[in-house]
Design a protein around this ligand. Sequence first.
Ligand SMILES: C[S@@+](CC[C@H](N)C(=O)[O-])C[C@H]1O[C@@H](n2cnc3c(N)ncnc32)[C@H](O)[C@@H]1O
Length: 396
Amino acid sequence: LQQRAADFAANLLGWGLRAGGPDAYRNVVNALWERQPHYAQSQIQLVLPDRVTPAESERPVVQRIFDAYQKMKQAQLQADPIFLPGGGWKNVIENAYGELLAGSRENNIERFHYFLANFAAWEIPTGIDESSAYRKLAESDRKRRHFEQQVVAQLLHWWQTLESEGRSLDELVMPPYGNQGGFQVGSLIVTPNGIYGDFYARLLAGFLRSQPQPHARRRIAELGGGFGRLYYFLSKQLTDTCYLDFDLPELLCCAAYYLMLCFPDKRFLLYGEADYSADCFDDFDVLLLPSFEIERTPTDAVDLFINENSLGVMPPVAARRFVDQMCRVSEAIWHRNHETRRNPFPDNETSLLNREYPIDLNRFQLVARHCDIERVIGHAMALDKNDMYWYYYRRS
Ligand SMILES: C[S@@+](CC[C@H](N)C(=O)[O-])C[C@H]1O[C@@H](n2cnc3c(N)ncnc32)[C@H](O)[C@@H]1O
């Protein structure tokens, strides 16, 4: 009887909502979903820290980053303009990273450090974490509670039941450098991105273990690694690797700050500290290089080249150039980008879709392709919005 009453109510509601068109229908369904009573009152709470004053003890690390940043900015002036931030990223850098730019321009390391110590607690979207989205979420008690009790609770339930293989929730916790917020569960703070990071790191580690190992240790490269989230989780799966991140100078500052504080014992190469050559793959554990340096990478030097949500934010000409380079230097490629949705850029330009990346299919074969885990496990609204697919290619 209850089912029949539900169908009747849905028919009535659906009839009215369809008149408003597909978008109106979906918005009301999403709003209803947010009002659904919670079955389990789990103790999950969004935590958004206030800005912090940088710790003086971090200054030697920040001084290295400050020096490398100024060298990168000098070198960027000589580089092919294709490697400058394009598409929407020029604005992202100018707006969200303004404090970092000003710190460098004024030769003011305190200001520069202040940005880094708070890069994950910024209101303006930095494009590399969810802090600004969570701040928006917190403006509505109902939306926040829905996200805590429905979205995060279900994600954690899924991870604990089907993914953890006996590991505790601690595995999902990321050191909060950069003043990261998240969802408090007991004494731990976790995030959906931490869950996805753990998931993909295990997937990629499995792919890598199945590949031949041509070098003394695994070499993993990433294009546009953000602040280093995926590498943080990968390093739990694979020990003794050499990791290379090619990115824009501002993002490399965040990655350097985050990863150097997370891994004080690893050997880092920041731009300008030594010449970038094949020797670096043995001499350093982490190489953080401006993206124009990708062209100086020796052919076949890398085991796996990763790209998560970066090719799809770049102008087509840049994306094609990077894909050519990834094919030249790597034994395998894994990327996760847009399947159907093009990012609009100035001058009516749009980003490429997955099928348009010029992967050389004479040299690479597609081993696996799947939709992004967030699409199936993440929050319901993502079903409309998440068109990401990942592809794993290997030399044939
Ligand atoms: C949306 S973020 C994704 C970050 C990270 N991969 C993740 O999934 O969290 C896009 C990344 O692409 C990088 N990126 C954008 N345009 C770029 C360019 N022209 N050259 C190199 N990296 C670029 C950004 O700096 C940033 O690290």
